[in-house]
Write a protein that binds this ligand. Structure first.
Ligand SMILES: Nc1ncnc2c1ncn2[C@@H]1O[C@H](COP(=O)(O)OP(=O)(O)OP(=O)(O)O)[C@@H](O)[C@H]1O
Ligand SMILES: [Mg+2]
Length: 410
């Protein structure tokens, strides 16, 4: 048995975390500004599996003072880190913030003792939360609850002055609640109420999939203006290699027998992954698992990628099978997707598809129509006859099969 350091199914540990320097720098700046009363709220958009939650975990650790910032300084924020889901109402989102406020405050004994009344409020809130649940939610006034939260944010900041740098509210999966949950309105009102009270040491960060901004706007037209938006990109080749190498390094501090890797193997993992962190973790995990001689080589990477339990199949199950297998019955249609994947998620026309595969004109037309109707490809609204794959990671997954010279299977 050997300890496998890679984590295809969970948020990355700080030791294996690489890249995201630009985003971290921006957030550090934002924390610094918040400490001195000029919060810069931020919104991070990114496809599934690109590392949004992992980034927020790093930010949480830094902002709460568990890890140093990039310049080795420490800050001391109360970090409310919540993850939303599609079933939550406005009341439940506020309840979630209050509960997490309580947990975060309980971690800071000194601040907790200084913030007279806030701890009592949060305890009372918990009791109220249970009672509220038993009555008709439509009778609850969410805006009163929002007011109470703001009053208590203000209290804790004033009373723990000198000890506390501010409050950071991180909202992960912010695209998931329905528009009815009014998240855009909540953040807009929250920031306005704080400003009116002169309580300017609270900063909000959000993540979600592309489309989050439009969704916020639907709930409150000007809510998106509060935020500076950053788009997460895939990791660079050097960062991808570093993820694999630091995983091996971590394993070697734990396992009795050291594991080595060939340069070719590391390069192949990075190449197949195209910078997608969840691909990196999956390919590396499987290569590490399948290796028997404590040297991970390109064959281990390839063997780990194939098979029913292989990395490609796992990624398919998690993200792509629905698009690639369940919704498409025809191999010809899949060939069209394969041709399109060569162009990542860029616009392509029939000519480009034809340059990659030979396919009869009417089959291509049928394929495009069917793929478009099922939302597997997107038509360019500005240019008739142009289409693209919905995400770069879908293209990278299809492409990995060519690199390995195999056919996908469901
Ligand atoms: N910066 C990073 N360095 C190394 N590995 C990472 C990094 N970011 C994420 N990962 C890994 O990538 C995978 C996806 O990460 P994470 O869950 O944070 O992404 P996400 O964008 O929140 O995904 P989802 O949209 O599905 O919630 C995990 O296996 C995680 O360990
Ligand atoms: Mg996530």
């Amino acid at each position: 048995m050997k300890y496998n350091p890679f984590r295809p199914n969970s948020i990355v540990s700080p030791k294996l975390f690489h890249g995201r320097e630009e985003e971290m720098k921006f957030i550090e700046q934002s924390l610094f500004q918040t400490k001195y009363g000029n919060p810069q709220h931020f919104l991070i958009e990114g496809e599934r599996g690109l590392g949004k939650s992992s980034l927020f975990l790093m930010v949480e650790q830094q902002a709460s003072g568990k890890l140093p910032l990039g310049n080795s300084d420490y800050v001391n924020f109360i970090v409310i880190n919540i993850e939303l889901d599609s079933t939550q109402s406005i009341f439940e989102i506020l309840k979630c913030i209050a509960n997490e406020f309580k947990r975060a405050l309980s971690e800071k004994e000194k601040v907790k003792n200084m913030a007279i009344g806030v701890w009592e409020f949060l305890n009372k809130w918990e009791v109220l939360g249970v009672r509220y649940h038993k009555i008709d939610e439509s009778l609850i006034q969410p805006y009163e609850i929002l007011n109470e939260l703001v009053v208590n944010f203000e209290k804790v900041i004033k009373q723990a002055k000198g000890e506390l740098d501010g409050i950071l509210i991180l909202i992960d999966e912010a695209d998931r609640p329905s528009v009815k949950a009014s998240l855009g309105e909540i953040v807009k009102l929250l920031t306005e109420k704080l400003t009116k009270k002169g309580c300017d040491q609270v900063v909000i960060g959000m993540t979600g999939q592309p489309g989050l901004i439009e969704k916020l706007k639907e709930s409150h037209e000007s809510s998106s203006r509060i935020f500076t938006t950053l788009s997460l990109k895939p990791l660079s080749l050097a960062e991808s290699n570093a993820v694999v190498l630091s995983g091996i390094e971590e394993a070697n501090t734990i396992n009795k027998n050291e594991t080595a890797t060939t340069k070719e193997a590391v390069h192949l993992i990075s190449q197949l992954s195209e910078g997608y962190p969840h691909f990196l973790q999956e390919f590396a995990y499987k290569a590490f698992e399948i290796d028997t001689d404590n040297v991970i080589d390109a064959k281990d990477v390839k063997d780990g990628a194939f098979g029913i339990h292989g990395a490609l199949n796992q990624l398919g199950h998690k993200y792509f099978n629905e698009l690639y297998f369940t919704q498409i019955g025809s191999d010809d249609y899949r060939k069209v997707l394969q041709a399109m994947s060569k162009f990542s998620d860029n616009w392509v026309d029939r000519e480009k598809i034809n340059s990659e595969i030979s396919i009869k004109e009417h089959t291509l037309n049928n394929a495009i129509q069917a793929l478009k109707n099922r939302n597997i490809i997107i038509a360019n609204p500005a240019q008739k006859g142009e289409f693209r794959l919905p995400t770069k990671s879908f293209a990278a997954w299809i492409k990995a099969f060519y690199v390995l010279n195999t056919e996908p299977f469901a």
